[in-house]
Design a protein. Structure first.
Length: 119
């Protein structure tokens, strides 16, 4: 089983990035997909989640209206489009596969990709 994140990098405040999470080794379309982030010295935060068929989507308040989660089950890939980025969005971003939309437990976890928002 693998979850591989990509698309992170350095971006100026107000800029955009699109993260990808490509899955292998399990039946991607059966699982909720989530994006988390963790900044140095801070707790891990659940940022966004999308149900298996994309019917249900949820965001943490701090990113609602700026981030968009999506998925392509044919490509076994989940995405996080991040717009209007702020320095406080700087963190390592991780994707996870889970059974529930918004809960503490998860099934599979990726290795992460770094997002740095700085001028």
């Amino acid at each position: 089983v693998q979850l591989v994140e990509s698309g992170g990098g350095l971006v100026q405040p107000g800029g955009s990035l699109k993260l990808s999470c490509t899955a292998s080794g399990f039946t991607f379309r059966w699982y909720v997909m989530r994006w988390y982030r963790q900044a140095p010295g801070k707790e891990r935060e659940l940022v966004a989640a999308i149900s298996s068929g994309s019917a249900a989507i949820k965001y943490v308040d701090s990113v609602r209206g700026r981030f968009t989660i999506s998925r392509d089950n044919a490509k076994n890939t989940a995405y996080l489009q991040m717009n209007s980025l702020k320095p406080e969005d700087t963190a390592a971003y991780y994707c996870a596969a889970a059974r529930a939309l918004w809960a503490k437990d998860f099934t599979y976890w990726g290795q992460g990709t770094q997002v740095t928002v700085s001028s």
